[in-house]
Design a protein around this ligand. Structure first.
Ligand code: A3P
Length: 289
């Protein structure tokens, strides 16, 4: 039987969060979480490259040792701040700890604002995010069926999808004034030149990695390598929660798939809504809409 929206999602400060992975307790746990100065946070709007960072961060932080990515599932290796699993694994996290979150800046816990924990904010062209999210809503049993692509576009633009509006997320983190605590990177630059992106990330995190280690990390964080890594491709999750026959989580891993999905009318509608919502912002987008 199909679950209703309320049965499927919690609404937290306006954000839709799946009950399967989130609870009142997990959100309270997140708010009480005590950040350490050497923690590292990857922040993403869903479908921007979260699990990619769950692969990259442990390798960059530990000098390329493959053990964590081959022995610990991504959701426990670099857990989500807001999800239920964090309470179960927090004491097992190696230091320096790496976490991910889909929270907007204003929902971060009080200890985050005073700690020196570094943040890597991964941005992706919202048109490709929407396409990726459309397939994710089809394959994830804990998310509402997306309906047609056109119906899903309305929901995406209204923020009636996992984690709310993309524009709100961007605005909150781009205006966060975290100074040198935050680094911005795009999914597109990671696709274009992963070794160069890894050099930027390792410099930001104060790691002095040799070129040999950078190349090794790039090889293990490629789309192809992650697709066959059972600790990263969600094959450990039963089909009822994630049905890779409908669409694999590691789906295409490319830039510009929106061109295969958007009609010219949809493109115009998308651009009009997004540009209106970003009007007057002082930051510029790294891609044209
Ligand atoms: P696609 O659906 O466009 O393929 P998230 O982890 O935030 O949910 O993002 C998922 C998206 O990141 C998916 O996009 C997935 O394929 C892509 N992705 C994950 N790892 C990747 C990698 N190593 N290289 C390129 N894309 C990757």
């Amino acid at each position: 039987m199909e679950l209703s929206c309320d049965e499927m999602y919690l609404r937290y400060h306006g954000l839709l969060l799946p009950r399967e992975t989130h609870s009142d307790e997990s959100l309270e746990f997140a708010q009480e979480f005590k950040f350490e100065d050497d923690d590292v946070m990857a922040v993403t709007y869903p479908k921007s490259g979260t699990i990619w960072m769950q692969e990259i961060l442990p390798l960059v932080l530990n000098g390329g040792d493959l053990t964590p990515i081959h022995t610990i599932p991504n959701w426990d290796r670099v857990p989500w701040l807001e999800e239920k699993r964090l309470a179960l694994v927090v004491d097992k996290l190696a230091s320096p700890r790496a976490l991910v979150t889909h929270f907007p800046y204003n929902l971060m816990p009080p200890s985050f604002y005073t700690a020196k924990a570094k943040v890597i904010y991964v941005m992706r062209n919202p048109k490709d995010i929407m396409v990726s999210s459309y397939y994710f809503h089809q394959m994830a049993g804990f998310l509402e069926d997306p309906g047609t692509f056109d119906e899903f576009m309305d929901k995406f633009l209204e923020g009636e999808v996992l984690c709310g509006k993309w524009t709100d997320h961007m605005k909150s983190w781009r205006n966060s004034a975290l100074g040198d605590r935050i680094m911005y990177i795009t999914y597109e630059e990671m696709v274009q030149d992963l070794p160069a992106s890894l050099r930027r990330i390792s410099d930001f995190l104060g790691r002095n990695l040799t070129e040999e280690v950078i190349q090794k990390i790039a090889e293990h964080c490629s789309f192809k390598a992650m697709k066959t890594n059972n600790m990263s491709n969600f094959s450990l999750i039963p089909n009822v929660y994630m049905d890779s026959d409908k669409s694999p989580f590691l789906r295409k891993g490319t830039v510009g798939d929106w061109k295969n999905h958007f009609s010219s009318e949809q493109l115009a509608r998308f651009i009009s809504v997004i540009s209106k919502e970003l009007e007057g912002e002082s930051f510029s987008l790294p891609w044209s809409l």
